[in-house]
Unconditional design. Sequence first.
Length: 249
Amino acid sequence: MLTIKNLKASVEGKQILNGLNLEIKPGEIHAIMGPNGAGKSTLGNVLTGREGYEITEGEVSFMGQDLLDMAPEDRARMGLFLSFQYPVEIPGVPMVNFLKASVNEHRKFKGQEPLTAGEFLKLMREKKEMLHLDSQLTNRSVNEGFSGGEKKKNEIFQMAMLEPKLAILDETDSGLDIDALRVVAEGVNALKSPERSAIVITHYQRLLDYIVPDFVHVLYNGKIVMSAGKELALELEEKGYDWIKKEFA
Ligand code: ADP
Ligand code: MG
Ligand code: MG
């Protein structure tokens, strides 16, 4: 699904990713934890092709293709999805129009006909029910005036509509109450299949009670310094990151 080899990237001349390696197979869920400023969001941004990041070394292959060579929109069409740590508001663009355009763009890429209005509404209704979402949000402009929790739930709704091959969730659980946390977990768990994978970036082991990862990695100083099973999340919650910082300073 995804192979990252010795990835180095910088922002405004400052090197943030320092030789990062990561391998994700289809069907796997990987959690990435790590102290603030370690480079977790940078990794998500670099993978999805956000501008402003300079790749100085390394390779990334996504479903057999050279990811770094592809335009951001092609990465998305191939099934890469990033749920933003800070979702942006798009005033004047109703959610329903935004989603319909996205879904049909993905279908076009796969050689499928666009959904009719009726089919699209049916799909939206199914996904809303699955996630127990308030139906009013989709009539409003994308994220405009949404609460923090509503924005995060809306990211998960978009993910559910697009059914990505590889979903990256960047601290989608931060600041959420327990009900919203369940929406996030249900969204990820509903997508679980032998052909799909997810990277869950989180500070809290709490989310991992609901989304059980196959691997937990610690990202520190721009690289993965430790990888283990789900028990590592509990250990980090208990011990914090000081011991990691000492060992890998
Ligand atoms: P994390 O998500 O692990 O908390 P980030 O990837 O957001 O960390 O940031 C890693 C480092 O890169 C931080 O020191 C941050 O200040 C810096 N950084 C990230 N984006 C930018 C940017 N656009 N301009 C300058 N510095 C940045
Ligand atoms: Mg952070
Ligand atoms: Mg971050």
